[in-house]
Design a protein around this ligand. Structure first.
Ligand code: FAD
Length: 383
């Protein structure tokens, strides 16, 4: 097994870290406090290549492989998960759906703007009454001549109030996953409304939206892929998205580790650096091993994607493990920092609040276990 990164992969990781340490890390606490990043950062993220990481050059991206993508997501997770989410939803969940399932016209229309950061996309799957059970979503799209008329609502949509274009999943057929289709909807379409979900525990710098659609008309060519293919599109994109979430959790663990080492070697109690006490080293050793283990699971899933092999269960394992360990690492890091860990002068409290959602979205930890359990036993426990 060759775990050596190529020169391009190492180069992009170094570039990403240098950029994020300069442009994001100094501002993250303030953006978290005021509940919004400075959106001027988004085109800058585009300029450096983050917004078009796996989008091919012909559509304005940098055409990197998936291992490069997870390296970038790790660096973004270490710097600021709020920024990471803005990137991974627009270029990942939205961009990859268009890339894989879009017509040539749809790709030409949307991908160059997404890849440059001039346009922002969002991914509207979750509804107020259907989260884990997304295949039973209720938003309806009805055909009327050359148009579709969409009515319904979505909740917790990352980039929801900032996006220029939304990927909206709606029911065009009968009950269950096979009746779901996907639509590309410019957010200035009459009948589209987005309001912000305020008061989040973490990821406070990014906009999370509640969307509502009322008699919203889109042309027939807004359909992404085939009618009835929507749930497959959503699940395909989420499988890849989970690998990105896992990578960003590796970044959180790595960030907790680096902050804890720096703090504990400088902070003295009882006349010695606290890093010299075995109980403190115990916490640091846990973070170090968890970072490596989560990283290896993530790289394996990313490598499978690059080789065109099946990766769905490996994605669930990586996401489950990395997200649970990110919460654990952030909790340990706060312990290392003592009372200083509880305030936002240092990054570990934010790591804790940001890490918590990773066990919830793109499939909760329980849903990942059902996917892994189904693979091991051959029995679906979903319903
Ligand atoms: P529920 O599905 O109601 O789950 C509640 C609990 O029940 C969980 O513990 C769950 O594990 C458990 N549960 C449910 N079913 C089962 C079962 N069969 N077996 C065992 N346990 C079960 N969605 C989008 O579409 N796009 C986005 O961009 C997006 N961004 C988000 C950003 C944030 C900050 C948040 C908080 C959420 C976001 N989501 C987004 C929504 C997210 O994906 C859902 O919240 C998640 O899928 C869980 O759905 P739910 O909240 O309805 O919880």
């Amino acid at each position: 097994m060759d775990l050596t990164l190529t020169e391009d992969q190492r180069g992009f990781r170094a570039l990403a870290r240098e950029f994020l340490d300069r442009e994001v890390v100094p501002h993250r606490a303030e953006w978290d406090r005021v509940e919004s990043v400075d959106t001027a950062i988004i085109p800058k993220l585009g300029d450096i290549g983050f917004m078009g990481l796996t989008i091919p050059e012909e559509y304005g991206g940098i055409g990197g492989d998936y291992v490069t993508y997870v390296l970038a997501m790790e660096e973004l997770g270490r710097a600021d998960s709020a920024i990471r989410g803005i990137v991974s939803v627009s270029t990942g969940l939205f961009g990859k759906s268009v890339l894989q399932f879009g017509s040539e016209e749809q790709k030409q229309r949307w991908l160059p703007g997404i890849a440059s950061g001039r346009l922002l996309g969002c991914f509207g799957l979750t509804e107020p009454d259907n989260g884990s059970d997304a295949g039973n979503l209720r938003t309806r799209a009805v055909r009327d001549g050359d148009e579709w008329v969409i009515d319904g609502s979505k909740i917790f949509i990352t980039n929801g109030t900032w996006a220029d274009v939304a990927l909206v999943f709606a029911r065009t057929g009968g009950p269950g996953p096979k009746g779901v289709s996907a639509f590309l909807v410019p957010t200035d379409t009459p009948g589209f409304e987005a309001t912000e979900v305020k008061g989040k525990l973490g990821l406070r710098g990014q906009a999370t939206g509640a969307l509502s659609f009322s008699g919203m008309r889109v042309p027939s060519d807004a359909l992404l892929g085939e009618e009835g293919q929507g749930f497959r599109i959503a699940m395909t994109s989420l499988d890849k998205g989970r690998v990105g979430i896992a990578a960003s959790c590796v970044g959180i663990i790595q960030g907790c580790l680096e902050a804890s080492v720096e703090y504990s070697t400088a902070r003295e109690q009882f006349g010695r650096p606290i890093a010299s006490y075995q109980l403190v080293q115990d916490m640091i050793a846990e973070m170090s091993v968890d970072a490596d283990a989560a990283r290896l699971l993530t790289w394996r899933a990313a490598d499978l994607i690059d080789r065109g092999e099946r990766f769905s269960v490996e994605a669930s394992k990586a996401k489950l493990y990395a997200s649970e360990q990110a919460v654990k690492a952030a909790n340990l890091a706060i312990q290392v920092f003592g009372g200083y860990g509880y305030v936002d002068e240092y990054p570990v409290a934010k790591y804790m609040r940001d890490a918590r959602v990773m066990t919830l979205y793109e499939g909760t930890s329980q849903i990942q276990k059902l996917i892994i359990g189904r693979s091991e036993t051959g029995i679906s426990a979903f319903s």
